[in-house]
Ligand binder design. Sequence first.
Ligand code: NAD
Length: 260
Amino acid sequence: MLKGRNAIVTGSTSGIGAGIATALAKEGVNVVLNGFGDAAEIEALRAGLAAAHGVQVRFDGADMTDPAAIERMVRDTEAAFGSVDVLVNNAGIQHVAPVDAFPLAQWDRIIAINLNSNFHTIRAALPGMKARGFGRIVNIASAHGLVASPFKSAYVAAKHGVVGLTKAVALEVARQSITCNAVCPGYVLTPLVEKQIDDQAKVHGIDRDAVVERVILEKQPSKRFVGIDEVAALTLFLCGDAAAGITGAAYSIDGGWCAQ
Ligand code: NAD
């Protein structure tokens, strides 16, 4: 039963993370929202979820590049809610450039947010999960955790790292009713992808529709974006009782991308 559990969803002020936080709140889970954005919009999301679903919703602006802030967020959540039962590592960024021209600061930032933060949240949350004998960790990786594309070296390296970390953690806690799985979405229409569409339109000199059809969804056999609600539903399933036997897995939700 998820009702009454307590969750942290990193990067949940936007896109997939906001969708996952909403799905958890609907199930009666208390949620900590995290991420950047307009303060009034974040407060509207926080208050709206709490009012609509009768759960406690907190916001913590911990920067996922800052290990000390991550540790503090986990400790503050345990103090406020009593536990962290569900941890969804979702915060992520993208930068597209040839590997020999990849800006060093962007490389470091992508590895820090997309990979290292998962280690820091898990490291901080696991002792409590072990003590209580329950935990659900879901790492939002990507199709790029399983296969590569050119010009996304940092993102592909980070997401492959997330899938590896997922397996290692799963093995370490396999006998303690703690599961750790990765979700590997293909393209989902979120602000992260909207920015790529605009960037690609400029580079290729074509309009947005053409970018979506010829560049973005070129890899995705279904030729449609995966829905935020679909990624949220898979994540919710992995957090539930029916998924107790699933751990160390990397689930593709990519319209057939990785089947090719
Ligand atoms: P998004 O840009 O809509 O949301 C990213 C979230 O991360 C935001 O809440 C943002 O504030 C937060 N964030 C960014 N930097 C942060 C930092 N330093 N500290 C704390 N929070 C930070 O992106 P999205 O598309 O919803 O992506 C969510 C996750 O899904 C990412 O890990 C991404 O790699 C992954 N993913 C997305 C797609 C896609 O097509 N959109 C596909 C596969 C995987």
